[in-house]
Design a protein around this ligand. Structure first.
Ligand SMILES: O=P(O)(O)OC[C@H]1O[C@](O)(COP(=O)(O)O)[C@@H](O)[C@@H]1O
Ligand SMILES: [Mg+2]
Ligand SMILES: [Mg+2]
Length: 337
């Protein structure tokens, strides 16, 4: 039975008893969690809070920004700049990095986030989320630049997401397993509801946007064809499919009951490695999934080993139940020979 302790208590235990995290990191996570609570309030207001619809602007990636993309970004920046023990932040919604102004205390951490993931679901009242990743500034030169962020995902010191769904749930790894906290709205605090999150190694459920099937390359076609062939095919079992179009919600399902999530490279934009962003979508999710016993690759290599070359770099993503991710990766490597 999971002990019903608050996120604050959990983090204090991690700091004091287990020595896993320094105090500054504990406070940083608490501030991120507080920002997520504020975002959850805006999300829940919906049409009543005038937070639905587009903002009439585009982000650096040429995507139309929703009002909530901008609100969530501002909430995260504002909450973290004055007390987050940070040197700088980076976000899907900002072209360059945001250096914490001199008037605020400076710290050694770097925070990256996708403030609102699953933007296409905001207006239709389907689960969306916030994804975050924490790195430490490893160089000791003065100041901070984009190059300080360009570390492989295995160097993350913490990562997580908050899913705004039927429940608001914060999922966190500090590099020693994965814990889930459910927001108790009456108390106003996140309460530990699962402390040993484990992804089963096998699954019969896959998540992919099937409308792109004709654009995939051969190994991805092969994998999905074999799943679709069901009991009569080489896999000798029937598969189920889910696609929420909010990575947060799809990954949350996988952390809860297993499955495999794929957003592969496809021919629509052949020069892009994939749709999802390495530093604030794939890396934090890969860290969580590995910490829960699953695996995460770009269909060829472990995501957490990839050296980023720019802040908004894109990547193919295959993650979830270990045996399935290994199979898909093997199909790609075989085809490369
Ligand atoms: O609409 P598509 O192409 O299936 O893409 C869905 C994917 O795009 C995303 O919404 C991208 O995230 P943003 O909403 O943060 O841009 C993922 O969450 C999701 O898995
Ligand atoms: Mg996203
Ligand atoms: Mg987003």
């Amino acid at each position: 039975m999971t002990r019903r302790i608050s996120l604050t208590q959990y983090l204090i235990e991690q700091q004091r008893q287990h020595g896993h995290i320094p105090q500054e990191l504990r406070l940083l996570i608490e501030i991120v969690a507080r920002a997520c609570k504020r975002i959850a309030i805006s999300v829940n207001k919906g049409a009543l809070g005038d937070v639905l619809g587009t903002a009439g602007s585009e982000n650096v990636q040429g995507e139309v920004q929703k009002k909530l993309d901008i609100i969530a970004n501002e909430v995260l920046i504002e909450a973290n700049e004055w007390g987050g023990h940070l040197a700088a932040m980076a976000s899907e919604e900002m072209d360059g990095i945001y250096v914490v102004p001199n008037r605020y205390p400076q710290g050694e951490y770097l925070l990256l986030f996708d403030p609102l993931d699953g933007s296409s679901n905001i207006d239709v009242n389907v689960s969306i989320g916030t994804i975050f990743s924490v790195l430490r500034k490893v160089t000791n030169h003065r100041g901070v630049g984009e190059e300080d962020f360009l570390q492989p995902g295995k160097q993350q010191v913490a990562a997580g997401y908050c899913v705004y769904g039927p429940q608001t749930t914060l999922v966190l790894t500090l590099g020693d397993g994965v814990a889930m906290f459910t927001l108790d709205r009456e108390q106003g605090s996140f309460v530990l509801t699962s402390d040993e999150v484990k992804i089963p190694e096998d699954t019969k459920e896959f998540a992919i946007n099937m409308s792109n099937q004709r654009h995939w390359d051969a190994p991805m076609q092969r994998y999905i064809d074999e799943c679709l062939a069901g009991k009569e095919g080489p896999r000798e079992k029937d598969f189920n499919m889910r696609w929420i179009a909010s990575m947060v919600a799809d990954v949350h399902r996988i952390l809860t009951r297993g499955g495999v999530f794929m957003y592969p490279w496809d021919k629509r934009e052949p020069n892009k490695a994939g749709k999802l962003r390495l530093m604030y979508e794939a890396n934090p999710m890969a860290f969580l999934v590995e910490q829960a016993g699953g695996a995460a690759t770009n269909a060829r290599q472990r995501i957490l080993d990839l050296p980023p070359s720019k802040l908004h770099e894109r990547v193919s993503v295959v993650l979830g139940s270990k045996n399935e991710v290994e199979r898909i990766t093997a199909y790609h490597l075989e085809a490369d020979k």
